[in-house]
Each structure stands twice: as structure tokens, then as C-alpha cells.
Design a binder for this molecule. Structure first.
Ligand SMILES: *Cc1c(COP(=O)(O)O)cnc(C)c1O
Length: 394
């Protein structure tokens, strides 16, 4: 499905140069394939780029989020306010720990969690079981679990509304986890994505702003959380533990040296990669402005810098998105619905009894959102081809 003939425009594409190939080859000629100098260099690059005390490389964004959940001390049955409009991993990491995701709906412009709903839900969930009930799923949530944290997602690269969310967390003593997996290079009111939660995670699957093949990076200023997450990444080995000492129940979430070298090389090109992505987004924006039934992505005033991840348009209400996808497909242009709501995934419906209509804004954006081909290596001609096909459809 993700295979495309050469003449076709790919959905996404990594942006690799000889420098990356050389960096990975150098590792293969060395003797150190794990926990060597490259993971340290990659982490150092992130500390510098984001301006944080700690960066911890892991083997996926999902693994990083899971460690943030562990570090926040979230226990089985405890509740975490989060969004149903995301990639499934942001909810799954809560389920891994037996926690209860409490979904609230989203802002229709950005697709980010609605801060007013976060405030209301947090107040009600903290006030006792009878007021909590209206926010909980129909079934599958154990009685009486404490509200423990908020997990916000920077959707498509735009940071969530942290100036409204942070005070809720502070007032109620909740953890705040930032899923910044789509937001490398973004800024919220001049503050970098990755610095907006207590802990935050970036991800490096090949469609992200930088890639390591598979990989992720946790960033935080919290010394204790960082020490715990370093231990959990490495089979639960605390500082001072030998190879067969395991202070904690941990995981193998380490990032290997080949991936780390690739990541460090990509980080040296970060500004260039982001500038190229911005240029492609601008080319789309200019051309799509002329197509009345297409809503181009709208940037919030709070997004003072955008690290473009995907380019998701919305078809106007009443337009048949399937028809659009099929017509693009027959012109050799891939496109993807984006996101598919988490609460309507089969395993979520089965466990929690969710139904269509539970989160109407999420469902509306899910029905109308369409990711177009997007990457830093896309040419203006390719963008023009996509937009020309779109403009001829309706
Ligand atoms: C990419 C992504 C992740 C992490 O994905 P991995 O494939 O595990 O690296 C998590 N959350 C969001 C919102 C993402 O887009």
C-alpha cells in the first residue's frame, strides 16, 4: 500500500544526504552498535536544540510516551485527561499501565484538545464520583480512580493551548505530558514544543520532520523523572546497577547506534529540513486558496513557529471525501484520512462502549480531514500537480 512507482508522488519521504549515509556507515565500521557515542551525540543535539536539561533517546515515540506515563507514577485505575483526535499511541500508553483515558473533545480550528473542556473535566473529576461520571466512558472504567495527569498532543505540529492547560494541572497537582511527536521545530508563544509539559516526546518515523527509521526522544527538565526514564529504558537498571542488576521493572527501549548516528546527522540539517517543509506548505497554501471547497490548515496566533509535519486539508461539509481520494488515486496521487478517532477504534469500542456522536468535533474533523502528499523533498511542480487535480474535481 505504501509502495509507489517512481513516477508517482509519494505520501511522504525521508530527506537523506551522503552525510547521513556516511554517519551510519561509520557506525557499522566501528565496534559499538549500542549505547556508544552516537546516542550521546544525538541526545546532546536535542538538549541544545530544545533547551532542556535532559534528552533520552528511545526506540520509538510510543516507547517514549510510555516512559513518561511510568515516570508520572500513573497507577492502574487512575485517570488521565486526553484527546481522542490523535495517533493511537497517545492513548495506548495509558492503557499499557491500566490507566483510564478520559477523552474530551477538541478545538475545531487546530484539532488540539479544548482547554475549556480540560478545565471542566478536571474540576468534575476531582470533585467526586457523581460529578466525574459524565466524563467517564459508559463502561470499563473502575470506580473511584484518582485523576492523575493530562496528556496533551501537539496535533499536526501545532502546540496545544498550554497557557490554559498548565494552570489546571498546577492547581490540581496533576502531571502534564506533552506528545510533541508531530511538533519538532514548533513554538508556542515563542516557547519551543518539547518544553511545554513536565515531560515531552518527539518521534522519528520516516514521515516525521527528522527520521531515525524508528526512534523517539524524551525531553524534560525534571532530574528525577529523567533518571527514572533512563533506568526504565535500559531494563530497569538504576545508576550503579550492573548488567544483571535490575532495580525497577524496565524495558528494552534503547535506540541503537546506527539510528542515533542517523538522527544526529539529521539534527545538523534541522533548520534546512524545516525550511524546506515550510516552503512546501506555502506552495500548497497559495494554490489551495483558490479552491473554494478546500480548507487549508489554519495556524493559531499562538503557533509562533510551525514545524510542519503533515499537510492536512479539510473538505467542506457536504463534499464526498471518498470521491476526492479516489480521483486523486486515479491520478497517481496518494492521500489519507487523518486522524481516525481513537474512541471509535474497535478495541476502544469493545472495552469502553464508545459510540459515534460521543465526540462530535473530533468526528467531524476525522470525516473531513485529508492528508496530502507532503515532505521536504517535494517539488513545486509536484505540489502544482496535486492542486491542479484537486481544482478540477468539483
Ligand atoms: C508519530 C506519533 C507518535 C509516535 O509514533 P512511533 O511510531 O511510536 O514513533 C505518537 N503520537 C503521535 C501524535 C504521533 O504522530
Amino acid at each position: 500500500m505504501d509502495y509507489h512507482a517512481d513516477h508517482q508522488i509519494p505520501m511522504s519521504s525521508p530527506d537523506l544526504t551522503e552525510a547521513e549515509i556516511q554517519a551510519v556507515t561509520d557506525v557499522l565500521r566501528s565496534t559499538s552498535l549500542s549505547m556508544g557515542p552516537n546516542i550521546q551525540a544525538f541526545e546532546a543535539a536535542f538538549r541544545a536544540a530544545i533547551g532542556v536539561r535532559h534528552a533520552i533517546a528511545v526506540n520509538s515515540g510510543t516507547a517514549g510516551l510510555h516512559l513518561c506515563v511510568r515516570a508520572a507514577g500513573i497507577q492502574p485505575g487512575e485517570r488521565v485527561i486526553t484527546t481522542p483526535f490523535s495517533f493511537v499511541a497517545s492513548t495506548n500508553v495509558l492503557l499499557f499501565e491500566g490507566a483510564v483515558p478520559v477523552f474530551v473533545d477538541i478545538d475545531p480550528v487546530s484539532g488540539n484538545i479544548d482547554p475549556e473542556l480540560v478545565r471542566q473535566a478536571a474540576a468534575d473529576l476531582s470533585a467526586g464520583e457523581s460529578t466525574a461520571k459524565k466524563w467517564l466512558p459508559r463502561q470499563g472504567a473502575p470506580q473511584g480512580g484518582a485523576l492523575k495527569a493530562i496528556l496533551a498532543v501537539d496535533v499536526f505540529g501545532q502546540p496545544a493551548e498550554y497557557d490554559a492547560i498548565r494552570p489546571v494541572a498546577t492547581t490540581l497537582g496533576l502531571g502534564l505530558i506533552e506528545d510533541a511527536c508531530e511538533a519538532l521545530g514548533s513554538e508556542y508563544k515563542g516557547r519551543k514544543a518539547g518544553r511545554l509539559g513536565d515531560t515531552a516526546v518527539f518521534a522519528f518515523y520516516p514521515n516525521k520532520q527528522i527520521t531515525t527509521g524508528e526512534g523517539g526522544m524524551i525531553v524534560t527538565d525534571d532530574d528525577a523523572a529523567a533518571e527514572m526514564m533512563r533506568a526504565l529504558r535500559n531494563q530497569g537498571r538504576a545508576p550503579g546497577d550492573t548488567w544483571l542488576d535490575h532495580t525497577h521493572l524496565g524495558y528494552n527501549y534503547r535506540l541503537d547506534e546506527m539510528s542515533s548516528a542517523l538522527g544526529a546527522a539529521q539534527m545538523r540539517r534541522l533548520d534546512d529540513l524545516l525550511a524546506k517543509r515550510r516552503q512546501v506548505a506555502d506552495w500548497y497554501g497559495e494554490r489551495l486558496a483558490e479552491i473554494p471547497w478546500v480548507e487549508a490548515p489554519a495556524l493559531l496566533a499562538s503557533t509562533t513557529r510551525m514545524g510542519w509535519f503533515v499537510y492536512v486539508i479539510r473538505v467542506a461539509p457536504g463534499i464526498d471525501r471518498t470521491m476526492v481520494t479516489c480521483q486523486l488515486e486515479s491520478a497517481g496521487i496518494p492521500s489519507r484520512p487523518y486522524f481516525s478517532p481513537i474512541h471509535l477504534q474497535p478495541y476502544m469500542v469493545q472495552r469502553f462502549g464508545y459510540r459515534s456522536g460521543d465526540f462530535p468535533v473530533t468526528e467531524d474533523l476525522a470525516v473531513r480531514g485529508l492528508a496530502l502528499p507532503f515532505s521536504s523533498v517535494m517539488t513545486e511542480e509536484q505540489v502544482a500537480v496535486v492542486c491542479k487535480v484537486l481544482s478540477g474535481l468539483i
